[in-house]
Ligand binder design. Sequence first.
Ligand code: TRP
Ligand code: ZN
Length: 474
Amino acid sequence: MTHPRRPVPGRSGVLARRTVVATVPFALAALLGAAAPASATTTGPSGVGDPYFPLAGNGGYHVAHYGLTLRYDPASRHLDGSAVLTARATRKLTRFDLDFKGLKVTALTVDHVKAAFRRDGQELVITPRKALRKGEEFRVAVTYAGTPQQVTDPDGSADGWITTDDGAFVAGEPQGAMTWFPADNHPKDKASYDFTITVPRGSGAVANGVLLGQRTAHGQTTYRWHQAEPMAAYLATATVGTFQVQQYRTSDGIQVYDAVDPREATAAAPVLKKLPSVLEWESKLFGPYPFRSAGSIVDHAPDVGYALETQGRPLYDSAPDLSTLVHENAHQWFGDSVSLTSWQDIWLNEGFATYTEWLYTEQHGGKTAQQKFDALYARKASDGLWAFPPGDPGSGADIFGTPVYARGAMTLHELRKAVGDTTFLRILRAWATDHRYGHGTTSQFVRLAEEKSGKNLDALFHAWLYSDGKPATS
Ligand code: TRP
Ligand code: ZN
């Protein structure tokens, strides 16, 4: 994954960057879990305190469930939507935000009562008629319409509802979910989802989870999808297009749904056929596959330039190669089931998925992980691979940079060498098991690795994750 990144001049290390957060009092309060300033005790902060994406997510509540009802017309690019969020207040709330960009809001209620709202950039600021009590469960219903507009990420790539010639490629990492539904748009807050998507007959609409039903009437087809396991908003999809569909169950009882753009079908077929064996191999390494649904959405979206590990069913911009299929499905454990609490920790997703590719190749008669490591390590000190340390990309513009993927994977290889194969695999499996459906941080991973190995690994992780330049290897 090579994306244009801006250079990072005068990097000054992790501590200097952390102080940036201190200039954002609300963000800092959320980050430290500290009491918010008095003026903010009843208004939910506009972000969860992520230094890379300060407005992402919101404070003051958690969402348990999203019920999304969408109608999309590819010809006119018009979307009609309704989102019903079931949430719980974590403090008294006179006001709270959702993340929502573009699209016109036509009606909004909190607990079935009309609520006042205004738009402020990506924040949908909601003032319920009656303040919400701390601990209270509440329901927000938002009705909206318009033509969704993709967002441009800090690294220049597109994200969100991305229009294609026959529908839309819908991918939300890191921020695009807010282009098609109002959300608590940060991986810290995971929820279950139901999707009801109506498109013209002949079009497919593929979301996450299992297909509950599909019905055609009056020239429109409605697809109902259910995602039972907790999911971060960025992993939601509602991809629309012309698709060839295949459904089957694996021997483990996982429901597979493949949707393939006919233009990609010939190239995709031999790779998609391997999905059951890839999932079986990954399950042996990392523990049981976390979701009841699996599969692939292979779109024809030549301008996108990346694939995304949409939960339970990765989304590809074209027919994937086997390594990409292995990578996106490795994310089902690392990223989807075990989620980030901060985008700075993105190597926990990308380094792990990349290292899974290396392990797959090694165990299927190809290059060893050591050979992959050596080839990368041979790169000159001036190479982009060493431009910044993977545990501290420094800004949202670099979260998908080469160091995150490649040096992130090299970090795991160094760990493997330090603790031995058996302990290494035990650590990966414990990580996936202990944090299943939850969250994990880099320091928790380091602690786990030290516990399982009985070794002090601070120097190793410090060198590989947080130090500028090319680290020494053992
Ligand atoms: N997480 C994706 C992967 O590596 C990559 C990705 C998603 C991406 N969104 C992006 C890369 C935006 C660049 C820009 O599997
Ligand atoms: Zn990835």
